[in-house]
Design a protein around this ligand. Structure first.
Ligand code: 5GP
Ligand code: MN
Length: 341
């Protein structure tokens, strides 16, 4: 990877649509390294990250980030075309990068994939670093950076931006060290903290800075909208009316899907969010060990992800006729899925 980076003129950093902490953390973590060694790059985001993650982006590098849907598409396309190296982070197939999918496929640039999802697309990348056992793409990128000759396994040689971004992404993808950790995850955290990374600041931004609106929305949703089926599957539907009533903004309901999993009889939790201005429904699925959120996402929700944390998408007018039919659709999927188990 080092030689590819050194010999490139302009590097395009890509990640998945609806970028989460790990997507943003790995992109910014890499950006911090590229800044450090003076390489020219752009981060291309297929959609805006939620407001709750905006603290991760330092003002000094905002001009290095181009967002589809916000910045001029002509300018974005022309910049993507100028890249001679593409580094794709936290997704396993081009389609996860939204509008950039075809641009990545069509590009003659060298393409490197760094990701922790099962089953990377081997057709479209020249070099693949895939490690499904890694807690996060941030963890995998950390080990790649440690192998760079100029870093030479010394975390204190990483810039503050890289250290903070990697620790943030790893923290969100593991739900603050609760899921998918391995000994390497803790070693990485330990080295980063040893090198002076302020974990308290990160935790404060991630978990102690919510707007009151979010907490009230969570209380309402768990009280009024949570359903639990006989199979022990909790599901929540946030339709457009609920969204409006609660004044929910992008990112406000991030993580709500984890809450019902803390109930003893719940084995799987599904949250469906109807997007405010499209016919799309975002689906988030979490499961306890032994039940595959990933299979559920792949079989019924046009998605995928990790064994215990997956997601997908439905389209109103395609799989279902109207918002009203969402509950019936989900219940049927749950019954069929568990009958087959
Ligand atoms: P979330 O529920 O946080 O949106 O997504 C959880 C995980 O599911 C993500 O880290 C990603 O791996 C996966 N995921 C979410 N949405 C999709 C999707 O539309 N397609 C695929 N293949 N995976 C998804
Ligand atoms: Mn990830």
């Amino acid at each position: 990877m080092y030689n590819h980076i050194l010999s490139s003129r302009l590097i395009g950093v890509f990640t998945h649509i609806n970028p989460d902490g790990d997507a943003l953390g790995s992109s910014l973590g890499l950006a911090g390294y590229l800044e450090q060694i003076g390489k020219d790059y752009f981060i291309f985001l297929p959609s805006e990250p939620g407001e709750a993650l905006s603290f991760m982006i330092p003002a000094e590098i905002r001009h290095k980030i181009m967002v589809w849907g916000t910045d001029s598409p002509e300018e974005i396309v022309s910049r993507v075309k100028s890249c001679d190296l593409m580094i794709c982070l936290d997704f396993n197939q081009p389609s996860r990068s939204g509008e950039f999918s075809q641009q990545i496929i069509d590009s003659a640039a060298t393409k490197i994939l760094v990701d922790h999802h099962v089953g990377p697309d081997t057709e479209h990348f020249n070099l693949i670093y895939s490690k499904p056992e890694a807690s996060s793409t941030c963890e995998l990128l950390y080990s790649l950076l440690m192998d760079m000759p100029d870093i030479n396994s010394d975390a204190s040689k990483l810039s503050t931006l890289t250290r903070e971004s990697l620790l943030t992404g790893m923290t969100t993808d593991t739900n603050n060290f609760a899921n998918s950790t391995n000994p390497q995850t803790f070693i990485m955290a330990s080295r980063l903290i040893e090198a002076g990374t302020d974990r308290d600041k990160i935790l404060d931004k991630l978990y102690f800075s919510y707007p009151l609106r979010r907490i009230k929305a969570q209380a309402y949703i768990m009280d009024k909208l949570l359903k639990i089926t006989d199979e022990g599957v909790a599901y929540i539907i946030v339709d457009r009316r609920t969204r409006k009533k609660l004044g929910l903004q992008e990112g406000d309901s991030e993580g709500f899907v984890n809450v019902p999993l803390s109930i003893a009889q719940v084995r799987m939790s599904i949250m469906l969010r109807v997007e405010p201005d499209s016919q799309k429904v975002r689906v988030s699925i979490r499961s306890k060990k032994g039940i595959s959120a990933r299979n559920m996402a792949m079989q019924y929700f046009n998605g995928g992800g990790h064994e215990q944390a997956s997601g997908g998408r439905l389209t109103i007018g395609k799989e279902i006729r109207s918002q009203k039919e969402l509950a019936t659709y989900v219940e049927n999927c749950i019954h069929t899925f568990f009958k087959e188990q």
